[in-house]
Design a protein around this ligand. Structure first.
Ligand code: NAP
Length: 301
């Protein structure tokens, strides 16, 4: 293996320790801790496990954590009223609505009802606009792209002037990370190309990339011959390709990324594994955004 592994699991630990220390400092000085509410509608098992992980992480870093579980039958009006209640609650700095929502509820309407200054997921149109403007305007970068950028920075990869190719143009990964990498500033200042299913020469674009960020959701889409020797490869893809029994005798999914990892690690300079790469960064950045939200309120940067 020639590539250096960028391990999200290790970077997560560093960042969570930094957050815990800062929360303790703010608590001692101001008597306040960041407050995060997670609103879960219904009993979707995947949503329950995501929410559980978020709650555990919030506890670990010393946040006030409110778990608000609502029945699948809740009306859209009642859910909007609940969001309004948390928008007005001074002890809450971040509001998180776990998706997907039941079909009778308009997801967009619900997400847009969150106060943009408590939208720690960074999906509200106001925060998307702030991200586009860049610089000091940015409050809450969306968590997965923020995690990707943080991994690139902490790995010491040069981004200024780098050719960055992003595979995928989703609103939650592709578009925001591309937007973040073109901004002037730390961990950015790159020249960015976005490729997608309408792109004519996918391989040709990928081959130019000093930093290749792949978020397509297609296992092994990126072939080793598409990778420039020494490039930094960030594999965002999480694809369930089967099941296995783990050491505890439990059935678990076999996960694969969008990059042919075994071959790519012999060519790339840096690479993220799947699992254990980008995945652990998302909840970590959610915690960072919630801490930031309290700091904005306290007038700290
Ligand atoms: P998405 O909304 O399905 O978007 C996928 C994008 O990839 C689309 O823009 C699509 O192009 C493009 N694409 C798909 N197949 C392609 C191909 N053969 N050639 C070129 N482009 C192709 O997916 P997403 O939400 O961004 O997620 C992408 C992957 O990242 C998934 O595996 C997801 O599970 C994973 N993910 C991981 C995390 C995490 O680790 N924390 C977070 C979010 C997502 P078109 O627009 O032309 O259709």
């Amino acid at each position: 293996m020639t590539a250096k592994l960028i391990k999200g699991t290790e970077i997560r630990e560093q960042i969570l320790e930094e957050i815990t220390a800062e929360v303790a400092e703010i608590k001692a000085k101001y008597g306040k801790v960041p407050g995060l509410v997670t609103i879960l509608v219904g009993e979707n098992p995947a949503s329950i496990s995501y929410v559980t992980l978020k709650i555990q992480t919030a506890h670990r870093v010393g946040f006030k954590e409110v778990q608000d579980s609502q029945p699948v039958t809740i009306s859209e009006a009642d859910l909007l009223a609940l969001i309004d209640k948390y928008n007005k609650d001074d002890s809450i700095n971040g509001i998180l609505v776990q998706l997907p929502l039941p079909k009778h509820i308009d997801e967009k309407k619900v997400l847009n009802a969150i106060d943009p200054d408590k939208d720690v997921d960074g999906f509200h149109p106001v925060n998307v606009g702030r991200l586009m403007i860049g610089g000091d305007e940015v409050k809450f970068p969306p968590c997965t792209p923020a995690g990707i950028q943080e991994m690139i920075i902490r790995a010491g990869v040069e981004t200024k002037g780098a050719e960055v190719v992003v595979v995928g143009r989703s609103n939650i990964v592709g578009k925001p990370i591309a937007n973040m990498m073109i901004q002037k500033g730390k961990g950015a200042n790159s020249t960015v190309t976005i490729v997608h299913t309408g792109t004519k020469d996918l391989a040709g674009h990928c081959k130019r990339a000093d930093i290749l960020i792949v978020a397509a959701g297609v296992p092994d889409l990126v072939k080793p011959e598409w990778i420039k020797p020494g490039a930094c490869v960030i594999d965002v893809g999480v694809n369930r390709v089967g099941e296995k029994v783990n050491e505890a005798g439990k059935k678990v999914a076999i996960l694969k990324g969008d990059v042919d990892f075994n071959a790519a690690k012999e060519i790339a300079g840096w690479i993220t594994p799947v699992p254990g790469g980008v995945g652990p960064m998302t909840i970590t950045m959610l915690m960072l955004n919630t801490l930031k939200s309290l700091k904005f309120k306290l007038g700290k940067k």
